[in-house]
Write a protein that binds this ligand. Sequence first.
Ligand code: SAM
Ligand code: SF4
Length: 350
Amino acid sequence: MADISLMDSAEDNLRQSRSEPAPEALIDQFGRRLNYLRISLTDACNLRCVYCMPESMTFRPRQELMTDNELSTIVRAMAELGVDKIRLTGGEPTVRPNLVEIVRFIAQQQGVRIVAMTTNGILLPQLAEPLARAGLNRMNVSIDTLDPAKFKRITRWGRLDTVWAGLEAAEAADLRPIKINVVVTRGFNDEEVVDLARLTLERDWEVRFIELMPFGSEASFAQDAVVSSAETRQRIETALGPLHELVGYDGRDPARPYRLAGAQGTLGFISTVTEPFCAGCNRLRLTADGKLRLCLLRDGEFDVLTPLRQGADPESLKRMIAAAVYHKPWGHGLPDGEVPQLRLMNQIGG
Ligand code: SAM
Ligand code: SF4
């Protein structure tokens, strides 16, 4: 539990780091270079997926969340520290006010090469085009089933046709490559992975199957319903034939890509639970309430927002971030039964 102490160390870090030069890259104690920042823009959402949050979820009051100005200051500092890929997530990022302006600002930061978003797709019909024009260049849309009744059961009140309309809007706005996130949940969609994989035969999408992860009050649901990537892969191969592994992919991407014979698109498997990929981790997460989360599946966080509100200047902020990042833990503790307790997935962003 040593990493939890990071939450209280903002002032200490500020004091200690005043005299040191700000670094130009974020490197942790194991020599991993962190260049990929995932920002949760809000914990709020217009769905209530069963594996993500309870139906009765309440969201943080607005004053606890980073304002647009605070977010901009942190993003600028991150870009100066060598972050070149930023993904916007949530909760549902498209419900955040001023989203298009936020994307525009991020895309204009020197050094930022990729601005991506993970979304449930519902609001894309009105947002895909302005987002693309503002500089968004990649899109992951979460869609766990092709069956409207199952979609409603998983999301509690969502409509599948709204997400399809969102996907069409993303394609029309040329937000490629389009990636589809599928969380495989036993008893909900584990028997449907073949139909979802079949989508890649005709479309140049990447369909990614994600293992269910446990968080806080929803942990036991996730533990009971987890389906290993090995099982999902086996099910797909039995029905559709062998998967061919692609060469030359970015080794830091958790989803190693495969292709079905003759397919336009690819398949990926994100096996966080059964085959952790921590050695190549290049990711940091910023929560909507301004905490730097160093590992998705560990509770240790570093408070960036409080020192910023207390008047930390940009150089001090950079030094604090770099000092915190140095302590990024090696990997998660699920194999040892350590389940993150402090936040649910909508408060982290995936
Ligand atoms: N609302 C957006 C969406 O659903 O795409 C972005 C936020 S959501 C938290 C990001 C991703 O995390 C989605 O693909 C979602 O399916 C996935 N996710 C949510 N809860 C999860 C869990 N317990 N285990 C694994 N993936 C999860
Ligand atoms: Fe909302 Fe995404 Fe969580 Fe579903 S997975 S409830 S869409 S934040």
